[in-house]
Write a protein that binds this ligand. Structure first.
Ligand code: THU
Length: 164
């Protein structure tokens, strides 16, 4: 007999930054600064991301586009790979993401694409420590999700592929 199953996840929406803790607000500010340095001449869509490690160190990144479109990379992976290339094996506590468009008004947060969720999940699983995802927006509310896994249900995660 077939079993129907359901996966749900919780997240918190904040009306104002005043309700967030200081570390999250500071991380969002770093993401916003990084967004200001994005290279997005094709989409005109500027994204910034900031990764905070357990040590408190923050690494940032922004989207880097390319005339051969698929060669570009999202802000989240630029920040994540920046962090993990400089501080391998470190534990990531949180990632903050924010965006703005030159062409239209963004009225809500942007959420990371599937590939970025998968990339973040790799380090969350390795460290066995949840990564908080803080989604900011210049207008509107802030969303906080307490783990990447919750944003990527039934994700590919075959630990037996890892040697050693
Ligand atoms: N982008 C990001 O940097 N992060 C996301 O989560 C979604 C999309 C970038 C990729 C591309 O440079 C532009 O936004 C439009 O898709």
């Amino acid at each position: 007999m077939a079993d129907e199953r359901q996966i749900t996840f919780r997240y918190t929406e904040y009306d104002s930054l005043d309700e967030l803790d200081d570390a999250s607000v500071a991380l969002l500010q770093e993401a916003e600064k990084a967004m200001g340095r994005a290279y997005a001449p094709y989409s005109h869509f500027h994204v910034g991301a900031a990764v905070r490690l357990e040590s408190g160190k923050v690494y940032t990144g922004n989207n880097q586009e390319n005339v051969a479109y698929p060669s570009g990379l999202c802000a989240e992976r630029v920040a994540l790979f920046h962090a993990m290339s400089q501080d391998p094996k470190s534990i990531i506590e949180a990632v903050a993401i924010t965006a703005r468009s030159e062409d239209f008004e963004l009225t809500r947060v942007i959420t990371p694409c599937g590939a970025c969720r998968q990339a973040l999940l790799e380090y969350e699983v390795n460290a066995a420590s949840p990564i908080q995802v803080i989604l900011g927006s210049t207008a509107g509310r802030t969303i906080v999700v307490d783990s990447v896994l919750s944003m990527l249900p039934l994700s590919f995660c075959e630990t037996k592929l890892k040697k050693g």
